[in-house]
Design a protein around this ligand. Structure first.
Ligand SMILES: Cc1cc2nc3c(=O)[nH]c(=O)nc-3n(C[C@H](O)[C@H](O)[C@H](O)COP(=O)(O)OP(=O)(O)OC[C@H]3O[C@@H](n4cnc5c(N)ncnc54)[C@H](O)[C@@H]3O)c2cc1C
Length: 637
């Protein structure tokens, strides 16, 4: 069965549509996702029947349901496990696994992309600098060097095909003293040997002409015009979407727990809910690639995580620099950069701290100080006053000096794509080509699939349209007239589209649409996004999570807690609510504060604030576009 013939409907939608008596084709035309099929987890979306030739998949906890078709997924689901037959299983849906999945979709192969998080890109690929490196940093002759330069050159096409924001803004490595000029020359020579086009050494005046915001201490610079910036998670989502549209099966929320071998050859990989029978496995599991190797008895390398903290500044100061500004590198990293992101913010970072903890994504005072001291040395007007968000990512540094991209020497059929630290984002498209070549050389039969379509339709970005275009959209679809995120002007229609493209969590919506990424960081829009997720996924609001299991946001409605008072909620529920509120407050949501203060949460954040906002009137322009909100007077409690 073809992916295009499948609709994803939640339970409510199935009931609603069945009542209308429309044919499947009419329903399809009406609104539901016409192309890609996203299977967040084998356990949640189950085929339930055919209406006029269309397969409905709906969200259910029903057991022993037979899967009748769906995007290459074949087999019968019992209570515990589905057996899926695949030619290639890719473990890890970061930018690397996603790029490999899309590359393999060019061939007549059954490809399964397996991800343990509920969405793609939730590993390192969502938390990095987003720089498309030019390629002068890496030692000539290494995979890092060749794949970086090759990957960089592929970005114009890939960004155009997938409608992903990408800009060649140039990379500028600055020398702050005469001693550092020698390092610039070494990198100029290194870049030339790596094949980086257009490299130039600039004196202080030339550098400042290019970047007037540079510190007076800058004495020279190395300029690479091919350097760029991309949105790393948008790229990953788009790669996955396009892979799915071309027949790849995506299994999210499915941690690989074991790899089955027979006579030293891969036979299957196992997740808690499925056995994927396959002779070829690509290990693109990022920080956990060594654990995947160990599952197949291959302990030839070890991942040694290195943390990087980054700080995002308000768009107000988005034009401090045009190029990505680098210092001369340290032995373990490219140093702390000043990056004009593709979305128009400035970002500063990252630090480089070795850690044993593969889940440590905390930011620290020391990291903050190191980042701003280094960034301000190069660009003095960078200021911590402009911070709107901070985050940390973990590089999958490893026991070898280079990327590890090779067939396992222990388990036949297993190909490692490990140790993909920076410039892994840049190199991802080239890594994907290389992996396809390795699979072919190792004996996988690969016939080109003529139907491969490299184009992914662009999502609408309401904020980027002219007034006239916006008005036309609102007239055709009223959900474009309902603004969900005011900071970034994101509409309800865009949020719904993001969910239909695969978002399952508040973070998933945020990363796809930018709802919650503006100055108020979700204080206004998060409750709205939660309600839309709840409606579209057919789950109660309290089951909506920030980023998957263990991150519920509103286990109890704050309004009910506030109104009823603690006694009525009950001691047990109260204790639970307290515990959950702790978790929420760790996630930056002020539920606990709301409970304590007996008012809406601070700064308008969290569900409490939403219940306040709900009392009042939406203000609209004549063309129907929402421009504001007139709050009703509060009565106090
Ligand atoms: C702070 C920082 C800044 C960076 N800046 C840049 C930059 O500017 N430019 C650049 O080119 N590179 C940069 N990088 C490097 C780049 O981010 C990485 O090379 C790239 O994201 C790696 O992608 P990946 O797909 O290999 O890993 P990930 O994105 O981590 O993907 C691996 C996936 O595997 C999944 N997984 C793990 N175990 C299992 C399992 N058992 N079963 C199923 N799935 C599993 C994980 O959940 C994860 O989603 C930076 C890295 C960091 C940390």
């Amino acid at each position: 069965m073809r992916a295009e013939r499948i609709l994803i409907l939640d339970e409510q939608a199935v009931t609603r549509e069945k009542r209308t008596g429309r044919s499947g084709r009419e329903i399809m035309r009406k609104s539901y996702l016409p192309g890609p099929l996203l299977v967040p987890s084998c356990s949640t979306f189950i085929a339930t029947g055919l209406v006029a030739g269309w397969t409905f998949l709906y969200d259910t906890t029903a057991r022993k349901t037979r899967i009748t078709g769906g995007c290459g997924l074949q087999g019968t689901r019992s209570t515990q496990s589905t057996t899926v037959k695949a030619d290639v299983a890719i473990i890890g849906a970061g930018v690397v696994g996603a790029a490999i999945a899309r590359e393999l979709a060019r061939y007549d192969l059954r490809v399964v992309l397996i991800e343990r998080e509920v969405e793609a890109a939730f590993g390192t690929s969502k938390a990095n600098s987003g720089v498309v490196h030019a390629g002068f940093h890496s030692t000539p002759g290494t995979l890092k060097a060749s794949l970086c330069v090759h990957g960089n050159a592929m970005f114009d096409d890939i960004a155009a095909e997938l409608s992903v924001p990408f800009r060649r803004n140039g990379c500028l490595m600055v020398a702050m003293s005469r001693d550092e000029v020698g390092v610039l020359r070494e990198h100029f020579e290194q870049g030339r040997r790596n094949g980086v086009p257009g490299l130039r050494l600039l004196d202080a005046d030339e550098a400042r002409k290019l970047e007037p915001g540079l510190a007076p201490e800058v004495v020279a610079a190395l300029y690479a015009p091919t350097g760029g910036v991309v949105c790393p998670y948008q790229l990953t989502f788009a790669l996955v979407e396009n892979a799915i549209a071309n027949g790849v099966t995506f299994m999210a929320g499915s941690p690989v727990t074991s790899i089955h071998l027979r006579d030293g050859r891969v036979m299957a990989v196992e997740t808690p809910e499925a056995i994927i029978e396959t002779a070829w496995v690509v290990n693109a599991a990022g920080l956990f690639a060594d654990r995947i190797g160990a599952m197949a008895g291959d302990e030839s390398f070890e991942i040694r995580p290195r943390k990087g903290e980054e700080y995002l500044l308000d768009k107000r100061v988005g034009s401090l620099v045009r190029s990505t500004v680098f210092p001369v590198p340290t032995p373990v990293s490219k140093g702390i950069l000043v990056i004009p992101t593709v979305d128009g913010n400035i970002m500063v970072g990252p630090t480089a701290e070795d850690t044993r903890d593969r889940l440590d994504l905390t930011t620290t005072r020391a990291g903050f100080e190191a980042v701003f001291a280094a960034a301000r040395r190069m660009v003095p007007s960078v200021s911590p006053r402009d911070i709107i968000a901070s985050f940390a990512g973990l590089r999958a540094a490893c026991s070898e000096d280079d990327f590890i991209i090779r067939p396992s020497r222990v388990a036949r059929g297993l190909v490692h794509v490990a140790g993909i630290e920076s410039p892994g984002l840049t190199a991802a498209p080239a890594i994907a080509r290389m992996v396809a070549e390795i699979l072919r050389e190792e004996g996988l039969e690969m016939r080109a699939r003529r139907a491969f379509n490299p184009v992914r339709p662009a999502p609408v970005r309401f904020a980027h349209l002219s007034r006239a275009q916006q008005a036309r959209l609102v007239a055709s679809e009223p959900a474009f007239g309902r603004i969900v995120c005011r900071c970034e002007t994101v509409t309800e229609a865009e949020v719904v589209d993001a969910i239909r493209r695969g978002a399952r969590t508040v973070d998933g919506v945020k990363l796809r649409t930018r709802a919650g990424m503006g100055r108020c960081q979700g204080g206004f829009c998060m409750p709205r996004v939660m309600r839309i997720l709840s409606r579209e996924l057919g789950i109660p609001v309290k089951q909506v999570t920030k980023r998957g299991p263990g991150s519920v946001i509103a286990p109890y409605p704050a309004k009910a807690l506030l109104r009823a008072g603690r006694a009525e909620v009950g001691i047990e529920a109260e204790a639970e609510a307290e515990a959950e509120a702790e978790a929420c407050s760790a996630n930056g949501i002020g539920v606990r504060a709301a409970i304590k203060a007996g008012t809406g949460s601070p700064g308008g954040a969290g569900p409490g604030a939403d219940s306040k906002v709900a009392r009042g009137t939406r203000v609209r322009r004549a063309d129907g576009i929402e421009t504001g909100f007139q709050a009703a007077p509060t009565t106090g409690r």
